[in-house]
Design a protein around this ligand. Structure first.
Ligand SMILES: Nc1nc2c(ncn2[C@@H]2O[C@H](COP(=O)(O)OP(=O)(O)OP(=O)(O)O)[C@@H](O)[C@H]2O)c(=O)[nH]1
Ligand SMILES: [Mg+2]
Length: 228
């Protein structure tokens, strides 16, 4: 880990957010590589090891979040056009663990056939995939908890799958507004989907990255009990 990582200070809304006492990025995530793009569940790699999937509405910022989390500019393809990721894309970080980019939902212009396919395949993946350990649910901080997001949360609850929500594009709101949204969303999740964690995130400003890493470490069995 370089000195730049260790003593990094993030600026946001004019405030300094010190990262000095936070855990350094697990170098594992930088090792993520493209393995395959699966048009349906049958084409996924064998159902062993541990997977964490990134899901969310089309254009919410899933692929960008994946790139930020892995410290790579162009691992997952991002686009201004919604509906870019229409396959399940698998990025192993080591022999037992993988990050997965799921197709975005809720985009009207995706052909009906494709939409219907994923409306069946997504809940099946959440329900049946043994390797799936947790789901990172990406929501635009300006439009959180859409009907589609709630549907996703309900499927995960039904499948007994842990969910961590990223309220992304936080750079688009003032510090105070973003935090108000965080509090409101946290309250709703506590009431309707207990156990779901939530945080602010920005791929553009690279904020909230340590918090996602801590959650991934936990799900991937990499969390340490180190103090200090
Ligand atoms: N300002 C800002 N823009 C972002 C952020 N994250 C993503 N974007 C932009 O949002 C758009 C969509 O980002 P993607 O990461 O491709 O979104 P996606 O959810 O993977 O989209 P699909 O694959 O089409 O479902 C792109 O123009 C990104 O540059 C962020 O944190 N801040
Ligand atoms: Mg994408």
């Amino acid at each position: 880990m370089g000195a730049a990582d260790q003593g990094a200070v993030q600026r946001w809304g004019g405030r300094r957010v010190s990262r000095v006492n936070m855990a350094p990025m697990n170098p594992l995530y930088r090792k993520a590589r493209f393995l395959l793009s699966a048009p349906d569940l049958r084409h996924l790699p064998p159902d062993t090891g541990l997977e964490v999937a990134f899901a969310g509405r089309s254009n919410a910022g899933k692929s960008s979040a994946l790139n930020t989390v892995t410290g790579q500019k162009a691992l997952a393809r991002t686009s201004k056009t919604p509906g870019r990721t229409q396959q399940i894309v698998v990025f192993p970080v080591d022999e037992e663990r993988a990050l997965v980019d799921l197709p975005g939902y809720g985009y009207a212009k995706v052909p009906q056939k494709v939409r219907e396919h994923w409306e069946r395949a997504l809940p099946a993946y959440l329900e049946e995939r043994q390797a799936l350990t947790g789901l990172v649910l990406i929501m635009d901080v300006r439009h959180p908890l859409t009907d589609f997001d709630r549907q996703m949360l309900a499927w995960c609850a039904h499948a007994g799958l842990a969910v961590h929500v990223l309220l992304t594009k936080a750079d688009k709101l003032k510090f105070g507004r973003a935090n108000d949204t965080l509090r409101t969303v946290r309250k709703t999740l506590d009431a309707e989907f207990p156990g779901t964690s939530v945080q602010l995130f920005s791929a553009l400003k690279q904020t909230g990255v340590d918090e996602v890493h801590a959650k991934l470490d936990e799900w991937f069995g990499l969390a340490t009990d180190e103090h200090g």
